[in-house]
Design a protein around this ligand. Structure first.
Ligand code: UT7
Length: 318
């Protein structure tokens, strides 16, 4: 047997994102649900979110975001040999999203698989892409986080309906001479698997909000720090911290403990809601677009959610 030689390093070459056109404010939700703009802003931090139209699927969102990341990378469809889609809201159990996304983007016969680690999914998928390029299993990888959460919400349940939203973000990962993606720090807490759950095909998302809130604000900080340590980066060197956009209070709590004084902290939840596996690439892509972070700076990505699962890594911003 011969071991194929991989690349010395892998890096994110470009990000892209897509949000559905339909903006839904808290006041609009309060017309049909017993809630208020004040409660949602103060408890979760959301001002507005985007919801896909009836005919717009999570595949459509992924194709839009993936196409933008591909265009920004300067690579063509022929350059890709692996597509990974992180999602937990597919309408169909079979087929997966990745093969369909690849086909719609003109990528011929790539390896194609989905990752379901819920809101941590993008960081798991990015780790798989990094390892694939470094091991020589792939040359260029399209990694997409996409969710149409609106399909899986009980629109009479105020504890979830005001939080989750739709959107997609994508990254292109390719080979490089020096590493631009640090080793992943990942883990899970399967003893809390009931805390965020869709029990079956006829049910909706249910969440024990306080259980997840306590876990996220107390147990996760060491894993975020471990991601920095594994990359040999001190939090003071980070120019951006991009955690999963679950709740502004959770984001602030982890950021405070991390003590990354220089880092711009992603607060995309304010205008995008919680888009689960899409939230990290969506937030960072929008920060890059607005010029809030500089190319070459170090960003800590950190996802967490159902499973319960978590994962994070430091990347060099493209
Ligand atoms: O992305 C996946 C990972 N998920 C998370 O990280 C979620 C973590 N959890 C959270 O973000 C928060 O727990 C929530 C935002 C889900 C809830 O916030 P909370 O501060 O923990 O509220 P709570 O569940 O303790 O509810 C407090 C009160 C309750 O009323 P009573 O019993 O005190 O009278 C709820 O019934 O707020 C009520 N409530 C609402 N009121 C107005 C719950 N949802 C709403 C609402 N509008 N939408």
């Amino acid at each position: 047997m011969r071991i194929t030689q991989g690349a010395p390093g892998a890096r994110v070459l470009a990000f892209g994102h897509y949000q559905p056109a339909n903006v839904v404010t808290n006041d609009e939700l309060a017309k049909t649900i017993d809630t208020s703009d004040e409660w949602i802003r103060s408890r979760v931090g959301i001002v507005e979110r985007r919801l896909a139209s009836a005919g717009e699927t999570e595949i459509d969102l992924a194709v839009q975001a993936g196409g933008k990341a591909m265009a920004t990378s300067g690579l063509s469809a022929d350059d890709f040999d692996l597509v990974i889609v992180a999602t937990c809201t597919m309408e169909t159990q079979i087929p997966n999203a990745a093969a369909q996304v690849a086909d719609r983007l003109g990528i011929q016969a790539p390896g194609a698989f989905d990752v379901n680690a819920a809101c941590a999914g993008f960081c798991y998928a990015l780790a798989a892409a990094n390892d694939a390029v470094r091991a020589g299993s792939a040359t260029n990888v399209l990694v997409v986080g996409t969710e149409k959460f609106s399909n899986w919400l009980d629109w009479t349940d105020r504890s979830t309906a005001v939080i989750f939203a739709d959107g997609a973000g994508a990254a292109v990962v390719g080979a490089s001479d020096t590493p631009g993606i640090g080793p992943v720090a990942w883990g899970s807490a399967g003893d809390k698997s009931d805390a965020i759950i869709i029990r079956g095909r006829d049910s909706f998302l249910q969440q024990e909000g306080q259980t997840v809130f306590r876990w996220a604000t107390t147990a996760l900080y060491p894993a975020a720090l471990a991601a920095c340590e594994r990359a040999g980066v001190d939090p003071s060197e980070l120019s951006a911290f991009v955690p999963h956009q679950a709740n502004l209070r959770i984001i602030e709590a982890i950021a405070r403990k991390l003590g990354a004084e220089k880092a711009v902290v992603a607060r995309d939840i304010v205008h995008a809601g919680n888009t689960s596996a899409a939230s990290i690439p969506l937030a960072l892509s929008r920060m890059i677009e607005r010029g809030e972070v500089e190319s070459g700076g170090l960003a800590l990505l950190f996802g967490f959610g159902a499973g319960l699962t978590y994962a994070g890594q430091v990347i060099e911003i493209p």
